[in-house]
Write a protein that binds this ligand. Structure first.
Ligand SMILES: [Zn+2]
Length: 455
């Protein structure tokens, strides 16, 4: 195990024990005995239904407890970060399973485990704090009707929906290799393969790995990062611009113009930030690609992916906008910045999203590449803007894109240790809480600052 994952696990476990203890003291629930066998609501039909199903089984994931006499059951849901509320459908399903589920595995169950309870309770726990959040309690006679009302129809809709939506889940999917909706492409012929299961990679993953392998592993692969961290003013500003453009472009082929910018207001931002966002959006009117003559509507932030079978990598990206021009799809990335694009470094290296866009267009994720296919970078500042264009049809552009993504991917594929690379990013890192090299780095930096001041 990664040392950061070990630290996280110990902390999460301690939080659980503290939350459990505090919950016991604050309620009169006698449900204190852990139940090992899973609760399952089992329903066997007389004959197969229209789906070809004979048996339905409902379960829920979490920890199970009961009172000594079996009359009260408690289901604990475990999630990352802070405990949060669940939808009515989720809560009802969990309560119904706790109320009417029978423990599977006859050999392990005790008589008290098979007693039908009278009362069930559902509690949420988040690994990031030592708090438990009660989500409600139900008398067992009430759950069947609530279950029919909130869960059954929705669950049937899920079971009957067989549409395929390629995306970041493709890496874990059982039909990835044969799936016709997932494009296959030889992304990086120059990168050696390493058979180690399948994984998903985006440009965010690659950049994060490049900055710090431990952060990539703990945050992106294991999902352990703290989620509610304060964002920098640049990120807040960029998000405001993105959000406005996404809403304006979604499903509409109407070009943004100066009139749209008259009534802009961003009350959630600081006044100076709000002014910058307004000026950036005004710059956008020069580059807005919406056109009423487009043959298909634009797609805002679609999730796109393609599979490199040799490397075992599903490459994913979410372009800001896909729109039609001259019968071809154009991939648009919009960036906000304080300064113009620096010319000292190739564009695709500075913005690997453009390289990924080039490869995914070449992979055919939005249909065959056509002569008018392009990847564009819309670079917006408060005092100006630029539009750069990349042509995925040019062999040298494709080769450069492969080099850029290949250089970022190669070291990641061959890494097993994911060592921390402490540096300037440690201060705002979402996994600092379980990264001792990062904390040591910050302590040293603070010390150096103090001794510098003294010297
Ligand atoms: Zn626009």
């Amino acid at each position: 195990m990664h040392p950061g994952f070990v630290e996280w696990t110990i902390q999460a476990f301690r939080n659980y024990l503290t939350a459990w203890q505090a919950h016991r003291e604050s309620t009169d629930t006698p449900a204190v005995i852990p139940v090992r066998p899973e609760w399952v609501v089992h329903r066997k039909l007389e004959e197969r239904d229209s789906r070809g199903v004979l048996i339905y089984e409902w379960t829920s994931w979490g920890r199970r407890y009961r009172s000594a006499d079996g009359s009260v059951r408690e289901a604990w849901l475990i999630q990352l970060n802070e405990p949060k509320d669940r939808s009515a459908a989720e809560k009802t399903e969990i309560a119904h399973v706790a109320a009417h589920g029978t423990p599977l595995g006859a050999a392990e169950r005790t008589p008290a485990e098979t007693v039908q309870p009278q009362l069930v309770k559902v509690v949420a726990f988040g690994t990031g704090s030592a708090k438990a959040k009660p989500l409600g309690e139900w008398h067992v006679s009430a759950t069947p009707e609530l279950f029919r009302e909130h869960v059954v129809k929705r669950a049937m809709a899920v079971m009957d929906d067989t549409k395929r939506r390629p995306g970041s889940n493709c890496a874990e999917c059982k039909i990835t290799v044969t799936c016709e909706s997932l494009k296959k492409f030889d992304f990086l012929p120059a990168v050696a393969a390493r058979p180690r299961g399948r994984r998903t990679l985006s440009v965010t993953d690659l950049r994060m790995y490049d900055a710090c392998p431990a952060r990539y592993h703990l945050d992106r692969q294991l999902g352990l990062g703290v989620r509610d961290m304060a964002e920098s003013p640049e990120i807040v500003r960029g998000r405001a611009v993105d959000a406005w453009l996404n809403q304006k472009h979604d499903g509409e082929s109407v070009r943004c113009d100066a009139d749209d910018m008259l009534a802009l207001s961003f009350p959630e931002l600081q006044p100076d930030q709000s002014e910058q966002v307004t000026r950036m959006l005004a710059e956008h009117t020069a580059f807005c690609p919406m056109s009423e003559t487009a043959d298909l509507p634009p797609r805002v932030q679609p999730q796109l992916s393609a599979y490199d079978e040799r490397l075992g990598v599903v490459f994913v990206a979410t372009p800001d906008l896909l729109f039609r021009r001259d019968g071809a799809w154009v991939w648009r990335e919009t960036k906000t910045a304080g300064r113009p694009i620096w010319r000292g470094r190739p564009l695709l290296r500075q913005f690997p999203q453009l390289a990924m866009g080039t490869l995914l267009l070449a992979a055919g994720v939005v249909g065959d590449l056509s002569r008018a296919s392009r990847v564009e970078l819309e670079h917006l500042r408060a005092d100006g803007g630029q539009l750069e264009e990349v042509d995925p049809n040019q062999p040298e552009v494709l080769a450069e894109a492969r080099e850029v993504i290949g250089d970022l991917t190669r070291p990641l594929l061959f890494d097993d240790r994911f060592e921390a690379k402490p540096g300037t990013g440690c201060g705002g890192c979402p996994v600092l809480g379980w990264c001792s090299p990062g904390r040591a780095h910050l302590a040293r930096a603070a010390e150096a600052e103090v001794s510098g001041e003294l010297g």
